[in-house]
Write a protein that binds this ligand. Structure first.
Ligand code: GDP
Length: 202
C-alpha cells in the first residue's frame, strides 16, 4: 500500500469527540522520544504530518489523520519517563485509557519500542494492561539503523523472550523499523492493508 492521501482531521482529549466514521483505525503510542512522529512521517511520506520532538503542539492530544480515505492513523501522546512504582492509572492519562477502552473503530495499536534499550517497566506494564483489556497490539521496534543487523535481531528476540517470561502465551506480531532508512515501511503498511481488506473488503 502506498499512502496517497493523508489529512489531519481533529485533535482532542475526549474519545467521544473522535471522528464517527466507521473506518478501521490504527493507533501509535510509545515513550516520548521513541521515534513515533518520525515513524508516522515515514509511513505517510510526509515531512511534518506528525510533529517531531522539540516542536510545540499536539503532543498531549489524540490526533486523527485520515489515510487514503480508508483508515485512520491515530497519533497518541507519548507517555512519560518511567517513575518507579506509580500505578498505570497515574502514569497514563485517563483520556488515553478511555480511548483504548471505548474506541470501537480501533483494530490494532502499535506500541513503539526503541530497539536499543532494555525492556522498560512502563512499556511492559502498558502492554500488560492492553492484554488484560484485550486490545490487540503489535510491537514496532524503532531506530534499527542505530544497531548492526545482528544486534537488531538479538535485541528483538530478547525483547520478545522477556514478554514470554512475563507470562504472555505468545509474542505479539512485531516489526523492525527505521525512519532514517525506511526499514519496515512496506511490511507495516502491508500489515495494515491486509487488516483493512479483512475489515472492509477491497
Ligand atoms: P517522538 O517523541 O516519539 O515523536 O520521537 P521523534 O520522532 O520526534 O524522534 C525523537 C528523536 O529520535 C529525534 O531526534 C529523531 O530524529 C530521532 N529518530 C527518530 N526515529 C529515528 C530512526 O529511525 N533512526 C534514527 N537514527 N533516529 C531516529
Amino acid at each position: 500500500m502506498r499512502v496517497q492521501s493523508a489529512e489531519f482531521v481533529i485533535s482532542n482529549t475526549d474519545v467521544n469527540k473522535c471522528p464517527a466514521d466507521p473506518i478501521p483505525e490504527y493507533a501509535f503510542i510509545g515513550r516520548s522520544n521513541v521515534g513515533k512522529s518520525s515513524l508516522i512521517n515515514m509511513l505517510t511520506e510526509r515531512k511534518n504530518l506528525a510533529k517531531t520532538s522539540g516542536k510545540p503542539g499536539k503532543t498531549q492530544l489524540i490526533n486523527h489523520f485520515r489515510i487514503n480515505n480508508r483508515w485512520f492513523l491515530v497519533d497518541l501522546p507519548g507517555y512519560g519517563y518511567a517513575k518507579v512504582s506509580k500505578k498505570l492509572k497515574n502514569t497514563f492519562q485517563k483520556f488515553i485509557t478511555d480511548y483504548f477502552e471505548k474506541r470501537e473503530q480501533l483494530v490494532c495499536a502499535f506500541v513503539l519500542i526503541d530497539i536499543r534499550h532494555e525492556p522498560q517497566k512502563i512499556d511492559l506494564e502498558f502492554m500488560q494492561w492492553m492484554g488484560i483489556n484485550r486490545i490487540p497490539f503489535s510491537i514496532v521496534f524503532t531506530k534499527a539503523d542505530k544497531l548492526k543487523p545482528k544486534a537488531v535481531e538479538r535485541k528483538a528476540e530478547e525483547y520478545l523472550e522477556k514478554l514470554l517470561d512475563d507470562a504472555w502465551e505468545e509474542a505479539p506480531p512485531h516489526f523492525v523499523t527505521s525512519s532514517a532508512n525506511g526499514t519496515g515501511k512496506e511490511d507495516l503498511l502491508a500489515y495494515i492493508d491486509n487488516i483493512n481488506q479483512q475489515v472492509i473488503g477491497k
